[in-house]
Design a protein around this ligand. Structure first.
Ligand code: NAP
Length: 303
């Protein structure tokens, strides 16, 4: 199937274009971006123009930041095209509900992707936890915003989510693997004095689970979660790619390259089957953290 990619920036070039290149399901037929392009692929700068000019492209994948995404997503669905969304699927929950309703009315697919759920060891972790009771857990998601989001000021603007941009990846795994749904109890959010979104957050959930998100980690990066259960200890490391049970490595590797090919394979299945997939559980937890969170002011941040 032909597909168009919108928002040719860091993640489009790092992951989406390479995943489409090796996919047996997809042909990257056009792009939409004000500045970004992909060699050899027809480039548009406006969503309306491509929807008019290329009725032969039935699927559009959005890699824009969350705030400018809604209008574009709505235009895609109104034009009767299937829609795939980078995480987080929108700037607000209401926006995504509106998009899901529109997709249903139009009879097209909407896929709110969570790339971390495609990490190598997530399914095995979910299966291992299925018959256990979590007694406590610790999520440590610490990365360097300058390395992963160089110069992306949008991430610290209102709606950019700050440290929840990576933190929501951890929450997408958490909400996929736990046998019982988790609830946010409290949050502490550190906002740089010159920014509108937090650079660090500490969260407390039901089931004795704590999370520590930080965007200021230099050197080795940490994307780990550890759980104590009534049936032993489990750790998921490297963003869900490596599973350890009672300290022993049992599955996966330190590699994240399979996530986006798996997302595009899933989108192909959803479109072929006429299905939709938009689980908002990770975004609900982030919204709750902003609702309940205590605000601390910390040092200015500059890229
Ligand atoms: P990005 O490079 O800053 O933005 C992607 C593209 O969107 C930009 O190149 C720009 O293209 C367009 N854009 C940016 N701001 C815009 C605005 N205000 N209005 C209209 N278009 C705008 O961001 P990214 O890192 O690729 O992230 C995009 C999405 O992917 C985010 O939701 C992020 O959470 C997710 N994601 C990122 C990473 C990562 O490692 N960076 C990993 C996984 C997922 P033009 O200027 O050419 O229009």
């Amino acid at each position: 199937m032909k597909i168009a990619l919108v928002g040719i920036g860091k993640i489009a070039l790092d992951q989406h274009v390479p995943a489409l290149d090796v996919s047996p399901d997809w042909e990257l037929a056009a792009t939409v971006s004000r500045k970004g392009t992909v060699d050899g692929v027809e480039a548009f700068t406006d969503i309306g123009a491509i929807l008019d000019a290329r009725p032969d492209i039935p699927v559009v994948s959005l890699c824009l930041p969350p705030v400018p995404r809604f209008e574009v997503a709505q235009a895609v669905l109104r034009a009767g095209r299937h829609l795939m969304l980078e995480k987080p699927p929108g700037a607000t929950l209401a926006e995504v509900h509106a998009l899901c309703d529109l997709a249903e009315r139009q009879g097209v697919t909407i896929y709110a992707t969570w790339h971390s759920r495609m990490a190598m060891a997530v399914a095995a972790a979910r299966d291992w936890l299925a018959d256990k009771t979590v007694q406590d857990g610790r999520i440590t998601w610490r990365e360097d915003v300058r390395k992963w989001h160089p110069g992306q000021d949008w991430i610290f603007e209102a709606g950019g989510m700050g440290v929840f941009d990576p933190g929501i990846n951890a929450l997408s795994i958490l909400t996929a693997i736990l046998p019982q749904p988790v609830r946010l109890l409290s949050a502490d959010l550190d906002f740089p004095a010159n920014r509108q979104a937090p650079i660090a957050a500490r969260l407390r959930f039901s089931q004795g689970i704590d999370a520590d998100f930080d965007f200021r980690q230099e050197g080795p990066q940490t994307w780990d979660m550890e759980f104590q259960t009534d049936g032993g200890r489990m750790a998921l490391r490297m963003g869900g790619n490596r599973l350890e049970i009672d300290g022993r490595h049992v599955q996966g590797a330190d590699d994240i390259m399979g996530e986006y090919p798996a997302l595009y394979a899933q989108m192909a299945r959803l479109v072929s089957g006429g299905n939709r997939d938009a689980d908002l559980a990770p975004m609900v937890l982030v919204a709750d953290a902003f609702t309940l969170g205590r605000r601390n002011s910390v040092a200015d941040f500059h890229f």
